[in-house]
Design a protein around this ligand. Structure first.
Ligand SMILES: *[C@@H]1O[C@H](CO)[C@@H](O)[C@H](O)[C@H]1NC(C)=O
Ligand SMILES: *[C@@H]1O[C@H](CO)[C@@H](O)[C@H](O)[C@H]1NC(C)=O
Ligand SMILES: *[C@@H]1O[C@H](CO)[C@@H](O)[C@H](O)[C@H]1NC(C)=O
Ligand SMILES: *[C@@H]1O[C@H](CO)[C@@H](O)[C@H](O)[C@H]1NC(C)=O
Ligand SMILES: *[C@@H]1O[C@H](CO)[C@@H](O)[C@H](O)[C@H]1NC(C)=O
Ligand SMILES: *[C@@H]1O[C@H](CO)[C@@H](O)[C@H](O)[C@H]1NC(C)=O
Length: 499
């Protein structure tokens, strides 16, 4: 302000038409002074306000923090565990989880819940070592097993192994069986519980989707959430490296996590070869035939694609992100294993978004080395980063996408763009053949996804097709608005509202 005053004095020393000019100059000067003061005042108050609002929003954020983020706050003492529940156990439940990391994660939550319902003692779940990923990791290589056991002790007893006295030598036989998919509590109470009277140890050798999405008592639904959001913590090694990745990414501001499920197993399994060469399509087909557990062998790729059943290609993903309005400078973390076709297939995406990174480029080699040959541990890192990202975009709606979506809803409904791939394929093709110019394409893409951003909503229920209704773990709304008016947030239950 002093500087302005000095310049005004000089101006006032002007020669011509002194008096009129002087009045004019004084007016101009004083308004400049006034304006400057005003601007400074506004700036100060803005600063004050933004601190004020930051305070509030970080507090809101804090209460909505996911356990993954909350854990990393060094100042927080570990939560005290509640006293162990005293109940008479009806027997031991052994479970062998099948599938990848996230399918197993959901299953673990379900199995704890079944054990609680039936008053069983749960044996720490065995993880799948024979699936496509052939990861030899045990439960304790991925999850903090002590925390898992202790934090659930007020609900269910969990032991590391079945006591010797129940071995076959002592005259006990273990019953091995897969429970019926999508079952409710009545099935477990009426069909499964009696089996424990006879066998003492029952071994579920398949665990995916064994519990219904809907219609279970609220306390069971909440227990599923408690296991998912609080009892299942990754090991400190995984947790530390995941947090390091998140720190590095956040240093450069907001980032998007793209779950680019364009990996060889996915393409071989789904038969989606759009954009692949003839040789690649043949290679994928051979891989499909080589895997007995992938039962469907003859697949017409374009049919699949038009039904919305294919993962987006890297090229399609680039177009979508551009259409949704993400600019070139957006940092994009690719949450995925090896992209089929390698760097070559990423060229178009990289040209559109040069700031593409993945864990291999953010960390030095020996940091990742101990996890490298363990696909589930690598997936755990991607899981943490995806949950923490500012925007999450999965290119295929598989278990990883669904579980991350659920965690992001739990962390305060963070934006997850849930692509409508069936609609997108139509739009792509029309844009490709020139019937839909860019602006219209872009508008249409935005419009389709306006209500598919992970906003609060009820799950869509379809009693006859549990596989097709909204997945519990993608939107466990029973657990998302405790203490607030859930109905206000969600609106009236309306089964025609999809996501
Ligand atoms: C558990 O409950 C039983 C029966 O109510 C009781 O006899 C026993 O003392 C309790 N055990 C503990 C450790 O509280
Ligand atoms: C489980 O134990 C509780 C008491 O702790 C009892 O009320 C309940 O009926 C038991 N349920 C089953 C299925 O055994
Ligand atoms: C589970 O056990 C049953 C009975 O032994 C067997 O028939 C079935 O093939 C097993 N399933 C798996 C996935 O191991
Ligand atoms: C991972 O597996 C590959 C192939 O089996 C092997 O060459 C490599 O040495 C392994 N890396 C580590 C860190 O164990
Ligand atoms: C463009 O593609 C769309 C969608 O596949 C199709 O319906 C339309 O007939 C095509 N138009 C032309 C001119 O090829
Ligand atoms: C349910 O939602 C649809 C679409 O949002 C709307 O048209 C319909 O009126 C709603 N029904 C009820 C009962 O709210």
């Amino acid at each position: 302000m002093e500087g302005i005053q000095v310049r005004c004095d000089k101006l006032q020393g002007g020669v011509i038409q002194r008096s009129r000019l002087r009045v004019w100059f004084i007016r101009v000067c004083s308004s400049i002074v006034l304006w400057t003061c005003l601007v400074q005042l506004v700036t100060v108050s803005e600063l004050w306000h933004s601190h004020f609002f930051l305070g509030i929003s970080s507090r809101i954020y804090h209460t909505n923090q996911s356990p993954l983020e909350a854990q990393n706050e060094l100042a927080q003492p570990p939560p005290p565990f509640l006293p162990a529940r005293n109940y008479t156990s009806n027997g031991f439940l052994r479970v062998s989880c099948n599938g990848g990391l996230n399918q197993m994660r959901a299953a673990i939550c379900d199995m704890v819940t079944v054990a609680r319902l039936l008053n069983l003692t749960l044996v720490v779940p065995e993880l799948d070592k024979k699936s496509f990923w052939a990861d030899p990791s045990n439960f304790e290589d991925i999850f903090d097993v002590r925390h898992f056991i202790d934090s659930l002790q007020d609900e269910v007893r969990i032991v590391k192994r079945v006591p010797k006295r129940f071995s076959r030598k002592s005259g006990y036989s273990t019953l091995k069986m897969p429970p019926v998919s999508w079952s409710n509590e009545k099935y477990y109470l009426e069909q499964i519980l009696p089996l424990f009277g006879k066998h003492k140890v029952v071994h579920f050798n398949k665990t995916d989707a064994r519990l219904a999405n809907n219609g279970l008592p609220l306390d069971l639904q909440k227990l599923r959430c408690r296991v998912n959001f609080q009892a299942l913590k990754f090991t400190p090694q995984l947790e530390n490296l995941g947090q390091k990745l998140i720190r590095i990414l956040r240093e450069n501001g907001p980032f998007l996590a793209l779950h680019l499920r364009y990996e060889m197993d996915m393409l071989a399994f789904s038969g989606c070869t759009h954009g692949c060469s003839i040789e690649e399509a043949e290679e994928l087909k051979q891989m499909r035939y080589a895997f007995p557990s992938w039962r469907e062998k003859e697949i017409v790729s374009e049919e699949r694609r038009s039904q919305g059943l294919c993962p987006l290609t890297p090229e399609e993903s680039a177009l979508i992100l551009q259409a949704l309005g993400f600019d070139r400078e957006t940092p994009i973390y690719i949450a995925a294993g090896e992209i089929y076709g390698g760097e070559h297939r990423l060229a178009q995406l990289r040209a559109a978004f040069p700031r593409i990174v993945k864990k291999e480029t953010l960390l030095v080699n020996d940091e990742l080395q101990q996890f490298q040959n363990h696909s589930s541990q690598m997936a755990a890192l991607d899981f943490m980063v995806s949950v923490a990202s500012n925007t999450f975009v999965p290119t295929y709606y598989g278990n990883m996408a669904k579980l991350v979506e659920g965690h992001r809803r739990y962390s305060g409904f963070k934006k997850s763009i849930l692509l409508d791939r069936k609609k997108l394929v139509e739009l792509f093709d029309m844009h490709q053949n020139g019937t839909l110019p860019w602006n219209e394409f872009s508008n249409a893409v935005r419009q389709v996804h306006e209500k598919r951003m992970g906003q609060p909503t009820h799950r869509r229920v379809d009693v006859d097709k549990p596989k097709e209704e909204d997945y519990f773990y993608a939107n466990p709304y029973e657990c998302l608005c405790e203490g607030t008016k859930c109905d206000d947030l969600l609106g009236p239950l309306n089964s025609s509202q999809i996501r």
